[in-house]
Design a protein around this ligand. Structure first.
Ligand code: BES
Ligand code: MN
Ligand code: ZN
Length: 498
């Protein structure tokens, strides 16, 4: 789909599908309605005065302009009151328009971008938001369907702007939005893919391919190398599977940068639970237990293409957690990369075992300014926050504040949970340095308390995306299944990094 910003009006061209946002408050609408031919404005007015369309959020109105403008369809999207209109409501209105355009089999679409409160967001930010939402709303995971595919018919999206200066600024935002949306779609594709397709070596292949395409470095450590390095978490979690583990390293290093950031992504390509096997209901969802790793790949891809001035390292311990005669067992004691020992109380708490190795590797090898890990780590975080916020815990308040703000902007919201030292007691072991489960209460927190032991001297933030990575219900621009969470959040955070 081609997206452009143009200083045209609805009167100047025939699109297959024209769309427009209106607010509940009349005053804000007046300027928008003034640009329409009176005959068309009257149709909207009729719907308003009958009470059929009051422009509440999520309300829509479909009009056949019948020559009053050259376009054959006009879709009006309600946005609520203008003072409650946010950047994300803008994303949602754009997404609603695109999805409707697709159901109409439209090829050319125009969207009149509503005015946000003056100065609240830059034209670039607005254009990026609309672009991301438009593209992501049309995402479909249909690579495995041989019939009933419904590919999008939309070939072009025109954004109407007032003047040439705004159009120039829009073009930058559109370009960034396209790059980011592609990376998010890539992350969704990886996380949605079946476990029979994406296992450690094929995840590594994808990472390598991605790295080549955007000019960054990829190194993949195989089982022998992982063993040599002493990554006992990765080896032990991976040893029940016929698919050997991999340790994926991506590195983007521009000529000039201020900070070095290490991203660590959980890459469990399928989590059966291992010997502590999960119940079979919905176990198939555990193919996306590598979403954190997929988000790391997507983020590096976007950051490299946007040429951000940050030294970025991506580390993905990739394993398949399976029960078998060779699998790690409850009661086993393993030695992690940093030399600490872990009592494996439950083989289903596998994510933290592989992340422990990756975190201490990140800290010891790269001495980054901060480590941020993303992991579908606990069911407990879903109990605590549901699907609308990522759990955030860590040792670096400054980074957490920055992530909170990036989360509010992108609407990939994060919510901090405490990491008081009192929780450490729950993961003490009688026989090893730590154990991998902390009992019934505060499961998302004790998981983070476990990880904290492996962060070396580094500043660190942990993002538990178990609830936000996989949606049971579609949103405007996030379909059912893998959400691609983390990419937009981290790109925004890294862009603002000083
Ligand atoms: N991958 C799961 C966590 C998960 C649950 C992700 C639901 C997405 C949706 C993780 O490896 C796991 O099994 N965690 C256990 C830990 C427990 C055994 C301490 C859990 O949360 O039940
Ligand atoms: Mn598990
Ligand atoms: Zn898991």
């Amino acid at each position: 789909m081609k997206i452009t910003a143009e200083t045209v009006s609805l009167n100047s061209r025939a699109w297959d599908f024209a769309s427009l946002v209106l607010f509940e408050d009349e005053k804000t609408n007046r300027t928008t309605l003034k640009t329409l031919p009176p005959a068309l404005a009257k149709k909207i007015e009729a719907a308003r005065s009958l009470g059929d369309f009051t422009a509440k959020k999520d309300e829509t109105l479909f009009i056949y302009p019948e020559g009053s403008i050259p376009s054959t369809r006009l879709f009006v999207i309600g946005a609520g009151t203008s003072d409650t209109f946010t950047l994300d409501r803008l994303r949602k209105t754009a997404a609603t328009a695109m999805k409707k355009a697709k159901t109409c089999s439209a090829a050319s679409v125009v969207f009149v971008v509503p005015k946000l409160e003056a100065g609240a967001f830059s034209p670039e930010t607005i254009a990026q938001a609309v672009t991301e939402a438009a593209l992501l709303s049309l995402y479909a995971f249909d690579a495995y369907k041989t019939k009933d595919k419904k590919p999008s018919t939309v070939k072009s999206l025109t954004l109407i702007v007032d003047d040439n200066k705004t159009a120039m600024q829009y073009r930058k935002g559109i370009a960034a939005g396209i790059t980011i949306a592609r990376a998010v779609a890539h992350t969704r594709d990886l996380a949605n893919a079946p476990g029979g397709v994406i296992y450690p070596s094929t995840l590594a292949d994808d990472a390598r391919r991605t790295a080549r395409a955007c000019g960054i470095r990829a190194t993949v450590l195989d089982r022998r190398k992982i063993e040599q390095l002493g990554m006992g978490g990765v080896i032990n979690v991976g040893k029940g599977s016929i698919h050997d583990p991999r340790f994926i390293i991506l590195e983007y290093k521009p000529r000039r940068f201020a900070r070095t950031v290490a991203l660590v992504g959980k890459g469990v390509t399928f989590d059966s639970g291992g010997i502590s096997i999960k119940p079979s209901a919905n176990m198939g969802e555990m193919r996306m237990d590598m979403h954190g790793g997929a988000s790391v790949i997507g983020t590096l891809e976007a950051v490299a293409q946007l040429k951000l001035p940050v030294h970025l390292i991506g580390l993905i311990p990739a394993v398949e957690n399976m029960p078998s005669g060779s699998a790690v067992k409850p009661g086993d004691i393993i030695t992690q990369y940093n030399g600490m020992t872990t009592e494996v109380d439950n083989t289903d708490a596998e994510g933290r075992l592989i992340l422990a190795d990756a975190l201490s590797y990140a800290s010891g090898r790269y001495h980054p300014d901060v480590i941020i890990d993303l992991a579908t780590l606990t069911g407990a975080v879903v109990v605590a926050l549901g699907h609308h916020a990522t759990g955030m815990l860590g040792t670096d308040e400054e980074t957490m504040t920055a992530l909170k703000s990036a989360g509010d902007t992108t609407y990939e919201r994060v919510w901090q949970l405490p990491l008081f030292e009192e929780y450490d007691k729950q993961i003490k072991s009688d026989v090893a340095d730590v154990k991998n489960v902390g009992g019934r209460w505060g499961g998302a927190i004790t998981a983070a308390a476990f990880l904290k032991n492996f962060t070396g001297g580094s500043k660190w933030v942990h993002l538990d995306i178990a609830g936000t990575s996989y949606l049971e219900e579609a949103h405007e621009y996030i379909p059912k299944g893998a959400s691609g969470v983390g990419v937009r959040l981290l790109v925004e955070y890294l862009r603002n990094l000083k």
